[in-house]
Design a binder for this molecule. Sequence first.
Ligand code: AMP
Ligand code: GLY
Length: 420
Amino acid sequence: MRVLVAGAGGREHALVRALARSPRRPELLAAPGNAGIARDARLLELAAEDVDGLVRAARDESVDLVVVGPEAPLVAGAVDALEEAGVPAFGPRAAAARLEGSKAFAKEAMSAAGVPTAAATVARDVEEALGAIESYPVVLKADGLAAGKGVVIAATEAEARIALKDMLVERRFGDTSVLVEEHLEGEELSLLAVCDGERAVPLAPAQDYKRIFDGDQGPNTGGMGSYSPVPGVDAERAREIVSSVHQPVVDLMLAHGTPFHGVLYAGLMLTADGPKVLEFNVRFGDPETQAVLPRLRSDLLDLLLWATRPGGLAGVELEWDPRWAVTLVLASAGYPASSSKGDAISGLDAVPANVEVTHAGTARADGATVTAGGRVLNVTALGDGPAAARDAAYAAADMIRFEGRQLRRDIALRAVERVA
Ligand code: AMP
Ligand code: GLY
């Protein structure tokens, strides 16, 4: 069996590593991959967004399954094109990927499916948006894809004006509308479910750290760390949330003739009134995947293949390692505003074998591994409790050095405090 993973980040490396653990021993390809993925898969020189290229490569290489990692090719119809060419592909078709591609579409779907979410209105110009704001802080979201950076929490009208001008006048994210959303209080939870068009099967819950600095300070990033499981969200609770959030959306999409296959990722706020959806993503989370997949005892390859078939997940129960996983992100200088490239990375060989280092933004230069992006590496360790996993992850991360390395020191501290 030959499997092609499309993407170049830490999430895709974690997918490749988990697929490599499959008893079916698949032959792994990645497009375009990175310097770390190159050790576990054969790289194809092809951007993950190059839909025609993916179809061609999948045919030329007789690929049995394509796993599309990032959202952009999904929203652009990569799965539609692959399936039309007769290649099984894991992920939603474009019509279902709109759940991530358009926040307004996601809100309409949640409203139609009766899924609890933050109250929101769609506005097309600055004055209309300001008129829709009832109180501060308020959350302003660019409608389309913005790599996690299109959300601003404005504390005052002046801040709201600046953000709205950026989104609607400068069109920094290319959109013509924004969502003006109620600000919710609570703890965040990433709950992902694998879907087969009919049924949503929960993955282990995870928590993600979005801000660049300790104590949730500074700007939002793609994610600076994660851990799994999450205190207070046991398997039973996760199933309840999936049956009130993911399943109604899967039912709705099926009823509309646009069945959802792939990962439906709900970013939730656990509020005093129960869980409410902040956003849907239609793919694995990054860096949640790096913490979740090392705990999956079931075969990931089976799971992904079954999800491509209507109703293919009937009767599937996933098995999980009871240990905790903590993932740390090592980012380059300047991230998230910019990123530093070409800095030599040392210490990778010193990391113990039971710690999984996945690469996000790395490249090879003159025989050395160097930085090549904002988020550079992820370090994931397992432990019998959150403290043990955390200690092992930090001990390994501190062996890895590069100029300007950024690393949050408080990842999973919440879990350690809750479980102690
Ligand atoms: P999103 O990309 O929609 O997940 O938003 C990015 C981050 O902004 C979330 O992870 C939250 O930390 C924050 N956020 C988004 N929506 C809300 C909301 N309605 N209330 C409070 N915080 C929010
Ligand atoms: N960790 C957030 C995301 O994958 O969008």
